[in-house]
Design a protein around this ligand. Structure first.
Ligand code: PEP
Ligand code: MG
Length: 584
């Protein structure tokens, strides 16, 4: 049989080619239960030792990884050590040995699986992605139990036999933990194939930030991957090539070389501005949501932060952060960015983002429900504290805070925020500019009505697309319908931008659309002042902007808006950019 293809979804882009190494995920855990009193005592002792060894190993790894890859990559190991040192967390295991008579490895597996399942049940994709952290911690402890107690079977832990794999290879694994992703990085790993985790799992995020190609395949295809055979990832769209032939290898090498050249080309744009070939400068801003993001944002030379998602500060806490905590957090961001503008979005919870400690009522249609500004206006104390904190941070740092209201549908919502902001300014000082996200078709169609109330708009194209097309952005069955290139969505963006300019407001966009070169082409034509995106997308978007004139982009937009299908409109832009020599 010659080479063949298996369907795949890209989690982290980039071509990889090489032999397969398969790693197991600890399926061979002993499941002994009903142990005698004496055996329970022994297992108790083994578990205590295994935890101690694991914590020490995590701390040592954190030090090694920090030295090799930097502090942010080491944080995952520090946080796993912290979780494992937590007495309450440990008690879950010890009580299963004591009360149920489980052996140590089964107690750890059961306890960690319970935590992982609880995370997976949450609506929020971010938290669901954290489930693998608990499984990762469990695997580590079980592997130590295995080496301490020979009758109990441990799991193969590649980290204990570094370097792993011994020669450059593609790792195939049912799932991959964040810890494994980082540990493998410094070794011989060309890419990853997994069948769980999703595009927002920690491992996928890490693979992207480390630049390691990764794909997702279905579990039933796993048996088609044979150790040692050659595999090509991301060479073809939505498929991996298995048992690849020499000609495929040559194609993969060619594409890899082109990718390397492109990266070098884009890196050279870092210090240049995004100015069209006809001289219009467009602001290149970055999106962020945590302190960790700041390093990437400043390193990318972004001209400002076009969306700071403050809800992540709230989600990481176990109770509402008080005014002091919030003020300090916002001040640090303003101080880091200095004269570069920062747009803080007010707490945007509800929909797919619950606050674990602020129970939300069950809703039939959470995305059409009590979210964003609707929730805040019904919880004025939360809103007031956040506004006070932002103003205080501005006063302390000497920089204005740009405050953006999420999920706006009518002017009354903005008026209420304005009134509160004015009241709070009297006691806190500080300066603030108010703006709104354009995420609902209602807001997009009535921007002129906000004249005099706000200074800027920012299009939230992720939500604007789902509300315009009545297509849930999280529903995997609607993947082909949900597209920002739909002419209905583009028409709304164009109108909102034109009306905002007419009303003297600054115009920006912070949804994922801004980070796509084909999207940026149409957005430039619409006249946006600023595009805000992941720092990793800035180079490619800059390249696009610098290659075009507004006249040709405008003509293309006019043509696109006469088309019926999103796919045609995207293809029109792709073909146009390809003619300019720009391709992914
Ligand atoms: C958006 O809706 O486009 C947006 C940027 O907000 P979020 O993705 O956080 O809903
Ligand atoms: Mg949104």
């Amino acid at each position: 049989m010659g080479e063949y293809r298996i369907p795949s979804t890209t989690l982290s882009s980039g071509v990889a080619f090489g032999p397969i190494v398969i790693i197991g995920n600890g399926e061979a855990v002993s499941e002994e239960i009903g142990l005698s009193e004496a055996e329970r005592k022994t297992q108790n002792g083994i578990l205590a030792q295994a935890i101690e060894l694991s914590v020490q190993e995590l701390k040592d790894t954190a030090i090694r990884v920090e030295a090799a890859l930097g502090k942010d990559k080491a944080e995952i190991f520090e946080s796993h050590a912290e979780i494992l040192e937590d007495r309450e967390f440990q008690d879950d295991f010890f009580s299963l040995i004591r009360d149920e008579g489980y052996c140590a490895s089964y107690a750890v597996k059961t306890g960690c699986e319970k935590h992982a399942s609880e995370m997976e049940e949450l609506d929020d994709e971010y938290f669901r992605g954290r489930a693998d952290d608990f499984r990762d911690i469990g695997r580590r402890v079980i592997s130590k139990i295995g080496s301490l107690a020979s009758p109990l079977v441990g799991v193969c832990d590649p980290s204990s036999s570094l370097p792993f794999p011994p020669s450059p290879s593609i790792i195939v694994s049912r799932s991959l933990s964040p810890g494994q992703t980082v540990q493998f990085y410094a070794q011989n790993v060309l890419g990853f194939v997994v069948c769980s985790g999703g595009s927002n799992s920690h491992a996928a995020i890490l693979a992207r930030s480390l630049g390691i190609p990764a794909v997702l395949v279905s579990e039933t295809d796993l048996e088609n991957f044979k150790p040692g055979t050659e595999l090509a990832l991301n060479l073809e769209i939505n498929a991996v090539v298995v048992d690849a032939e020499k000609s495929t290898e040559a194609r993969a090498m060619g594409k890899k070389k082109a990718e390397g050249e492109r990266r070098q080309r884009l890196a050279r744009l870092k210090d240049l501005s995004a100015e069209t070939a006809c001289g219009k400068k467009i602001g290149m801003y970055a999106n962020g949501g945590s302190m960790k993001d700041l390093a990437g944002i400043t390193a990318s030379n972004a001209e400002g932060i076009g969306l700071f998602r403050t809800e992540f500060l709230f989600m990481e806490q176990t109770a509402l952060p008080d005014e002091g905590t919030q003020t300090e957090f916002y001040r640090r961001i303003l101080d880091t960015m200095q004269h570069r503008p920062v747009i803080f979005r007010l707490l945007d919870i509800g929909g797919d983002k619950p606050l674990p400690y602020a129970p939300h009522p069950e809703e039939g249609n959470p995305f059409l429900g009590w979210r964003g500004i609707r929730f805040l206006l019904d919880n004025p104390q939360i809103l007031r504290t956040q506004l006070r904190s932002l103003l205080a941070a501005s006063a302390l740092s000497g920089h204005p805070a740009r405050i953006m209201v999420p999920m706006v549908a009518c002017t009354d919502e903005i008026r209420k925020v304005m009134d509160m902001l004015e009241e709070e300014k009297k006691s806190t000082g500080g300066t603030a500019l108010l703006g709104m996200m354009v995420e609902t078709p209602a807001a997009a169609l009535t921007v002129s009505a906000y004249k005099g109330l706000i200074s800027f708009i920012s299009i939230g194209s992720n939500d604007l697309t789902q509300y315009t097309l009545a297509a849930d952005r999280e529903n995997k069955h609607l993947g082909s319908l949900y597209s920002e290139f739909h002419p209905g969505v583009l028409a709304l963006m164009r109108k909102a931008c034109a009306d905002a300019r007419e009303a003297g407001m600054e115009t920006g966009i912070c949804g994922e659309f801004a980070g796509k070169p084909e999207g940026a082409l149409y957005l430039a034509a619409m006249g946006f002042d600023e595009l805000s995106m992941s720092p990793l997308s800035l180079g490619a978007v800059k390249e696009t902007i610098r290659a075009i004139t507004l006249a040709e982009a405008g003509a293309l937009l006019d043509k696109a808006l006469c088309m019926g299908e999103a796919s045609q409109i995207q293809e029109l832009a792709r073909a146009f950019l390809e003619k300019k020599g720009i391709r992914e």
